[in-house]
Each structure stands twice: as structure tokens, then as C-alpha cells.
Design a protein around this ligand. Structure first.
Ligand code: FES
Length: 251
């Protein structure tokens, strides 16, 4: 983990309230595992507060993040211009494992849970795995990255209002995607719960947990284990996760 002022090299509005920012810095070269995150200091009334943002892609010393503007901190991030800097701590957390024995991977993402799956899809594809991707949105206008994912495998889109792809939720497309050996998912908790139920336990889920310190010190991100171990009954999403084996934590 390193702390560095990364330089903004581009900022793009992909969909309503959804932005892609590219940042450059030496510490980016160590961001090798998909599913890890950076903890960004965003300023504002609480200048010490950081926000966890997942790594969407890395190319040499350039990092891409995709985030949704939800409050004062992320609004300030959206106002950053080329050449501005962002104080970033990272890479943090445990990311997605790539298991050698699994040949076909099903990636299931919803909303801003989609970006970390992009870096994962890229690495799975580079390792010769078969990749299938289900991307869920509320409506067509909110879609992003669907074209980009199609470089790595077949993409199945769902929208809640039926304006594109299958009407409904990501779970409505699992049967359509066909067989898979392992699944990886990231999105809001109700979605993760539904995916876990529909797709079984040979998979990995990434939690979008609220965080404070991001490094295991404050307990803001604690999640209960489904089966408590003798010495512990909970895990910290920031340090033990955000990626967990399906069925490991209470959703
Ligand atoms: Fe502080 Fe996880 S955010 S312990």
C-alpha cells in the first residue's frame, strides 16, 4: 500500500451521475489485483474522510476509476480537471482470486458494482479463460462499459424497465448465460444475496461496504461470518475483503 498524489489525466461523463476518471502515478504500477480498491481523500467539510473506489483498469502507471456522484465528496471528485491531483491510498483489500482449475467464468455486475469486474474480465481473458458477463442497470440511459466488456466475452444486459436486453434483474439472465465453473459478482447487497441464491457457492462476491479508515483500524466495515469461527465471528470488508468466497459472510 502506498500513498501518493495521483495526477488527473482525464475525466469523462459516461451516464447520468457516472464518471470515469483516469489518474497517473508510480503507485499505480502496484495495482495488479482486480477487486482491490483505492481510498481517495476528497476534501470538503470532512477533509480527512476518504472514499473507497474500486480499481476499474490499470495500464502501466495509469489507473481508471468509475464512480457515481452521490454526495459532497464525489461531487468534488467530478469537478477535478486535468492536471489536478487526488490523494490516493492503495491498492487496498483482498481482490478476486483467479483459480487455475476453472475454465469458464461468469461475471455478474450491477450499477457501480460493474467497474471492478472490467479489470477482472481483462485478466481472465488474458489467461485464456472463457468469460461471460451479465451487466444489470435500471434503464438504458444508465448503461456504461457494455461495449468495452464485449472485447472479453459474451455480454448479457438486463434493465429493470426492459429498455434494453432482458427485462428484470441480473439473476433473470443467469439461465441464459448457460454453464460456468465459477462466478464473480459485485453490486448492492440485495443483488448479491439473489445471485448467491441463484448461482451457488462456487464463486466470489465483492461487497460495496461503507468504510472509514480503509485499513482495518476503525471497524466501520464489519460483516458477520455465516459460520462463526472459534476465534472470530466477523470480518472487515476493507482488509479481509472486499472480496469473499460466496456463502462466507451474511449479506
Ligand atoms: Fe476501518 Fe474497515 S474501514 S476497519
Amino acid at each position: 500500500m502506498k500513498k501518493e498524489n495521483l495526477t488527473v489525466i482525464s475525466q469523462e461523463n459516461l451516464a447520468p451521475r457516472i464518471y470515469r476518471m483516469k489518474l497517473k502515478g508510480e503507485s499505480v504500477r502496484s495495482m495488479l489485483t482486480p477487486g482491490q480498491f483505492v481510498h481517495l481523500k476528497l476534501g470538503g467539510r470532512h477533509p480527512l474522510l476518504r472514499r473507497p473506489i474500486s480499481i476499474c483498469d490499470v495500464e502501466e502507471d495509469q489507473l481508471s476509476i468509475i464512480y457515481r456522484v452521490e454526495g459532497q465528496g464525489t461531487s468534488m471528485l467530478a469537478e477535478k480537471k486535468d492536471g489536478d491531483t487526488v490523494d490516493a491510498l492503495g491498492p487496498l483489500g483482498e481482490g478476486f482470486p483467479i483459480t487455475p482449475s476453472d475454465d469458464t467464468a461468469l461475471l455478474i455486475g450491477g450499477g457501480v458494482g460493474i467497474p471492478p469486474l472490467y479489470y477482472l474480465a481483462k485478466q481472465l481473458y488474458d489467461k485464456g479463460k472463457r468469460v461471460k458477463i451479465i451487466l444489470g442497470f435500471r434503464r438504458q440511459e444508465e448503461m456504461f462499459l457494455t461495449e468495452a466488456f464485449s472485447r472479453f466475452g459474451e455480454v448479457f444486459v438486463t434493465t429493470e424497465n426492459g429498455s434494453c436486453g432482458t427485462r428484470g434483474f441480473v439473476t433473470d439472465a443467469i439461465a441464459k448465460a448457460g454453464e460456468f465453473d465459477v462466478f464473480y459478482t459485485c453490486g448492492p447487497k440485495p443483488m448479491l444475496r439473489a445471485v448467491e441464491k441463484a448461482a451457488g457457492t462456487n464463486g466470489y462476491i465483492s461487497l460495496e461496504e461503507r468504510m472509514g479508515c480503509g485499513v482495518g483500524a476503525c471497524l466501520a466495515c464489519v460483516c458477520d461470518l455465516k459460520e462463526a469461527e472459534t476465534d472470530k465471528s466477523y470480518v472487515k470488508a476493507c482488509k479481509d475483503g472486499p472480496v469473499f468466497q460466496a456463502g462466507e459472510v451474511v449479506l
